[in-house]
Write a protein that binds this ligand. Structure first.
Ligand code: SP5
Ligand code: ZN
Length: 342
């Protein structure tokens, strides 16, 4: 299959992250995408294409327009206020505070448009976010125009970003953008299968009241794992969307024997829905050696995931999400794709 990749992701670099009581270099770093790209080449997965530039119309179909327009203003406003480094929010309009009045100062606006402090903005962030969006849409067009599958090597990832908030290394929800784009191009139904270790809270939130986009998540139980406040099994969608959101929370220590049972069940629900196309939010932070995660999948398991997804027989777009064991990220991410192509 073809891969779409942009070098512009690399400007989103040098981010800082507050984790386990310390401020450390961000886990979501440029080498992730570079190592995956190198593995795409060495495994001869297929050609690597540059993205076509897109306007922001498709982003505004799933995100609030004011949120999309805010993103490119962050770093200029941060610099104008005399700071450098990573722009990170520290105050949020939680219960009991006003979440309906956009404040005037950048520190407050960051909190207004974020659900955590995990999406730092540096000088090159917007250009990288925009390139990741272009990568996703360009890869989606390949599939729409007849390719069985394509790989959007997106960086930064997207599945934690909701209609008007960033967080968890995510800014624009690339998987949500392309799912909606397929609908706007004439698909009747689209499924999103999110296999990242973390619950795709942004994707769930965006489509929660919809019956035309099925959202299925396999992830660590939010009772004990980030993003904590969404992703329980009883979240099934609302209104006409009831029954079209499916969550498979699993405990720390989950290995492929258990995880694959959830995948099989998810696949049966997906087949019953009979979508015209599917989008896979492919995170490989389920890996046993992932530095911030607690599942136990091995490198040998990733091709099995690809094979199982291939059996669905659907036009498939793989959109890169998480995975922080950098040394093995290429083997694991590309393992899913080569497994799919067997
Ligand atoms: C796209 C994606 O995978 N985003 C993940 C964001 C996770 N951010 C919070 C991580 C908190 C992890 N807890 C530390 C446990 C270390 N053993
Ligand atoms: Zn993740």
């Amino acid at each position: 299959m073809k891969t779409v990749y942009s070098p512009l992701h690399a400007g989103h670099a040098g981010t800082m992250e507050l984790i386990s009581g310390a401020i450390v270099p961000g886990f979501e770093k440029p080498s992730r995408a570079e190592i995956i790209r190198a593995r795409v080449e060495s495994e001869k997965l297929g050609s690597i294409l540059a993205p076509e530039p897109h306007d922001l119309v498709a982003a505004k179909r799933v995100h609030r327009p004011d949120y999309v327009d805010f993103l490119p203003t962050v770093y200029p406003a941060w610099e104008a206020s005399g700071r450098s480094g990573s722009a990170i929010p520290f105050t949020w309009p939680t219960r009991g505070l006003r979440g309906d009045v956009l404040p005037k100062t950048i520190d407050a606006q960051l909190g207004f448009y974020a659900f955590d402090g995990g999406a730092p903005v540096v000088k090159g962030t917007w250009e990288a976010v925009k390139s990741s969006y272009d990568v996703a849409l360009t890869a989606a067009a390949l599939v729409k125009n007849g390719e069985r599958a394509a790989f959007a090597l997106c960086r930064p990832p997207g599945h934690h970003a909701g209609d008007a908030f960033m967080g968890g290394y995510c800014y624009i929800n690339n998987a949500a953008v392309v799912a909606q784009w397929y609908r706007d191009q004439g698909a009747s139904r689209v499924s999103i299968l999110d296999v990242d270790y973390h619950h795709g809270n942004g994707t769930q939130q965006i489509f929660y009241s919809r019956n035309d986009i099925q959202v299925i998540n396999l992830h660590a139980d939010p009772a004990t794992e980030y993003p904590f406040f969404l992703g329980h099994a009883d979240e099934k969608g609302e209104g006409v969307g009831e029954g079209f959101n499916l969550n498979y929370p699993m405990p720390f220590g989950t290995a492929f024997d258990t995880w694959s049972v959830a995948l099989d069940d998810a696949c049966s629900k997906l087949i019953a829905y009979a979508p015209d196309a599917m989008v896979v939010s492919v995170g490989v932070d389920t890996f046993e050696k992932d530095p911030i995660s607690e599942f136990r999948l091995t490198s040998a398991d990733y091709p099995k995931i690809g094979r199982r997804i291939a059996r669905l027989g659907l036009p498939t777009l793989f959109v890169m999400e998480g995975g922080y064991a950098v040394e093995e990220i290429g083997v694991n991410a590309v393992g899913v794709l080569t497994g799919f192509e067997e």
